[in-house]
Design a protein around this ligand. Structure first.
Ligand code: HEC
Ligand SMILES: [Cu+2]
Length: 362
């Protein structure tokens, strides 16, 4: 997959609905796409077969004895049974102790490995927020889908802005909770380039099951190019188009429709230039400054008729990105949305960066 295909994956939801259809080759397990996957599966299957073995013996003997020693006649006296056998008791104590001890050692080694990222790990920070993921790369670029290099340990430092979330990448056999007010971490080394499902397994809340995303594992040497192109992508596009892509990628479309339909928040169609009543009863015109404020400090004023549920995007969106979103909102508004001068100015900026980044890529 090249950088551009993965850019097209930008819409966090529409393309991911048939999520289960992406689940893997084997009937029992997702493909093993990380360095620890086969070890985790081995432990799982050892426990599985031990359980199956004891299940068969215990249930089998239980059924056999129930039939063999059932009462055959009215008034039949109870058969004499042995009540004590030191040999038997020692055996059925010792064998499970040995088996559990072996499983403990194997499991503990695996656990220690899973919680100790190698020193040269690539650092990505992860934030869970109702109801989406934010992945922040060392250069400050933020995505709602995870991108990682192949064959390189990646360390995720994770926290939550609101409630418990839990990040799960089945193909990597990695799962870890994100806890508000605390940092947790998970690491993995992806071994196969490709795209794998990533999801939230915390289901005590309405939207966790919508936190469907993907991990893209880039082929060797391609990740840095992807990151650089992706980080500059918006600057190389017409501002309104960049804005349209941004409102999808940043998850705004979960609450704001692009069709005029009502949602959790007001539709983006004709939002720019519209005059809204706030909860306090004042009138506000959605102009550039108000839109910027709504994005970085949504609680500053709440539109009447809506719940104050919009998360702040402060620190998760660049100033230039806000400018592109405003350009997009203008382009879908019939209420004074065509500010030629500003669009042209932003366009000029974009062209400069385009030249710069094209040079670097070729
Ligand atoms: C979880 C749902 C949710 C998400 C995600 C969300 N918003 Fe909102 N937004 C709302 C709600 C609800 C309101 C109305 C209440 C208020 O004013 O805060 C609102 C209000 C706004 C307003 C002011 C609206 C007006 O009519 O004046 C703007 C602008 C806005 N959002 C832009 C965005 C942008 C841009 C994004 C993505 C970067 C975004 N929102 C993400 C729910 C959301
Ligand atoms: Cu969640």
């Amino acid at each position: 997959m090249n950088a551009f295909d993965s850019a097209a994956l930008g819409q966090p939801h529409a393309g991911l609905r048939p999520f289960l259809a992406q689940l893997p080759d084997s009937f029992w397990m997702p493909s093993q796409a990380s360095s620890v996957a086969s070890e985790v599966d081995t432990v799982f299957f050892v426990i599985y077969w031990i359980s199956a073995f004891f299940f068969a013996i215990i249930v089998g003997l239980m059924v056999l004895f129930a039939v063999r020693y059932r009462r055959r006649r009215e008034g039949e006296s109870v058969a004499k049974t042995a009540h004590h056998s030191v040999a038997l008791e020692v055996t059925w104590t010792a064998i499970p102790v040995i088996v559990s001890a072996i499983l403990f050692v194997v499991g503990f080694k695996g656990y220690m490995n899973l919680v100790t990222p190698p020193r040269n790990s690539y650092e990505i920070s992860v934030t869970g927020q109702k109801w989406q993921w934010f992945f922040t790369y060392p250069n400050g670029y933020v995505t709602s889908e995870l991108h990682v290099p192949v064959d390189r340990p990646v360390n995720l430092t994770m926290t939550s802005e609101d409630v418990l979330h839990s990040l799960w990448i089945p193909a990597f056999r990695v799962k870890k909770d994100l806890v508000p007010g605390r940092y947790t971490r998970a690491w993995f080394e992806a071994t196969e380039p490709g795209t794998y499902p990533l999801l939230c397994t915390e289901y005590c809340g309405t939207g966790h099951s919508d936190m469907l995303s993907v991990v893209t594992v880039h082929e060797s040497g391609r990740f840095d190019t992807w990151l650089e192109q992706a980080a500059n992508l918006y600057d190389t596009m017409p501002p309104a188009e960049a804005g349209e892509m941004l409102v999808q990628r940043k998850g705004c479309v979960q609450c704001h429709s692009l069709t005029g339909a009502a949602g959790i928040g007001p539709t983006f169609v004709d939002m720019y230039g519209h005059s809204f009543a706030t909860k306090e009863g004042t009138q506000i015109v959605a102009d550039d400054n108000y839109i910027r404020e709504s994005i970085v400090d949504p609680m500053a004023s709440i539109i009447a008729g809506y719940e104050p549920v919009m998360p702040t995007f402060a620190g998760k969106i660049k100033d230039s990105e806000i400018t592109y979103i405003i350009a997009y909102l203008k382009s879908v508004s019939s209420l004074g949305g065509t500010d030629e001068d500003e669009a042209a100015a932003a366009d000029g900026e974009g062209t400069e960066t385009e030249e710069a980044s094209t040079e670097e890529v070729h």
